[in-house]
Design a protein around this ligand. Structure first.
Ligand code: NAD
Ligand code: MG
Length: 387
């Protein structure tokens, strides 16, 4: 591989640190342009020093002093604020990791796409909300959008990119999360600590809760619908507790092509870092004889209503996915803060979807307006639920 310039948006998170782990193993191969974070000035500064980054940007301006102090005398430039994160995404880099959580990542990811280089997309919420606006921006600017989400990265590796009409079905697998076998009765008492304890993957708090409600798989269906446009009726989900098979692509002749691997996000991240080449990783090799059994079952939409809400939003299209996503972000934050119960998450999303049905957004500004409005509805629904 020739030396490449890279930026990481959301560098202190779970995906961000896994990305740093890979690029720090080969300092000759990567030159770091910009690293961003929201509040963890210390973590950001340490990563910037280790990688000799040109620029470190902190989203929360109150943390700028701490960042400046931590980087004094290093020659690494600093900046702060939402606009500075977008400006960092606008700096030229061959490869950008979009790993901010939530629609907060939308404007920075769009800025990176407009540069027409490679964007590795982990930030699924921005694609769910902005949908075709994002894939169109990639096309119009000649950017390459590579999916980092393990299931989508798996589909990308199996998909016949030259002729999508060869595909009969795409199946994303779901581990089922920590409550795969939990009864509705027990689900009423789930605590945030229990919900973020995922059996197979180690991830940020928000996506861990999404995995526990199966909203994550719903967001992923919407994500797949934009990345692999074979029609939403051809997208499906299978619960697969071992998280070894990440996705399956069924061809019209009956052949099914799947991608397998140990559940370690460094594998899909490495795939996007080296693409179209391959690079080595420190990931444990897949040992199927030790695992022994691979199991699959249909998801239970009665115990996991969030998945059904997402499927309906995907089928309806327009602004529905943006409303679903914004309401879910607010509901998950309220659950993590201990203000509403686990089962309230899907119920809040459902209430917002039935109260707020705006026309399809035509621009990123429209998406941001829908996102704001849906958050307002969700905050009110969460307050009522908490009362
Ligand atoms: P995380 O919470 O661990 O990290 C989030 C990062 O975004 C941090 O660097 C944080 O500082 C930054 N951030 C948070 N709020 C911000 C804001 N308002 N403005 C700017 N930056 C902000 O999350 P994560 O688990 O690394 O997930 C990141 C994204 O990747 C999410 O969209 C998630 O759905 C997706 N994803 C994660 C995994 C995983 O294994 N963790 C797998 C697939 C997809
Ligand atoms: Mg995933």
């Amino acid at each position: 591989m020739t030396r490449r310039t890279v930026s990481i948006l959301g560098s202190t998170g779970s995906i961000g640190t896994s990305t740093l782990d890979l690029i720090e193993r080969d300092p000759e191969a990567f030159e770091v342009v910009a690293l961003t974070a929201q509040r963890d000035a210390e973590g950001l500064a340490r990563a910037a020093i280790r990688t000799n980054a040109h620029l470190a940007v902190i989203g929360d301006p109150d943390c700028h002093d701490a960042l400046r102090k931590a980087l004094a005398g290093t020659g690494i430039a600093t900046a702060a604020g939402e606009g500075a994160i977008v400006a960092a995404a606008e700096l030229d880099a061959d490869w950008t990791m979009a790993a901010i959580v939530g629609t907060a990542g939308l404007c920075p990811t769009m800025a990176a796409l407009r540069r027409g280089r490679t964007v590795a997309l982990a930030n699924k919420e921005s694609l769910v909300s902005a949908g075709a606006l994002m894939t169109d921006a990639a096309k119009a600017n000649g950017a390459t959008l590579l999916p980092v989400d393990s299931e989508h990265n798996a589909v990308f590796q199996c998909f016949p990119h030259d002729d999508a009409s060869r595909v009969r079905k795409i199946v994303l697998t779901a581990s089922g999360g920590p409550f795969r076998d939990t009864s509705i009765e027990q689900m009423r008492r789930i605590t945030p600590a229990e919900a973020v304890r995922h059996p197979n993957w180690s991830m940020g708090a928000k996506i861990s809760v999404d995995s526990a409600t199966l909203m994550n798989k719903g967001l992923e269906l919407i994500e797949a619908n934009h990345l692999f446009p074979v029609g939403h009726q051809r997208l499906g989900v299978l619960v697969h507790p071992q998280s070894v098979v990440h996705a399956l692509v069924e061809m019209i002749d009956g052949s099914v092509i799947a991608q397998l691997g140990t559940p370690d996000m460094r594998t899909p991240i490495a795939h996007t870092l080296a693409w179209p080449d391959r690079m080595g990783t420190p990931c444990t090799a897949l040992d199927l004889a030790r695992i022994g059994r691979l199991e699959f079952e249909e998801p239970d939409l009665a115990r996991f209503p969030a998945l059904g809400l997402a499927i309906a939003a995907m089928a309806a299209g327009g602004a529905r996915p943006a409303v679903l996503n914004a309401a879910n972000e607010v509901a998950v934050a309220a659950f993590l803060a201990g203000r509403v119960a686990f089962l309230d998450i899907a119920s809040i999303v459902d209430q917002v979807l039935s109260r707020y049905d705006p026309p399809a957004p035509r621009s990123v500004e429209d998406v941001l307006a829908v996102d704001r409005e849906a958050r307002g509805h969700a905050a009110r629904a969460a307050e009522l639920q908490a009362a």
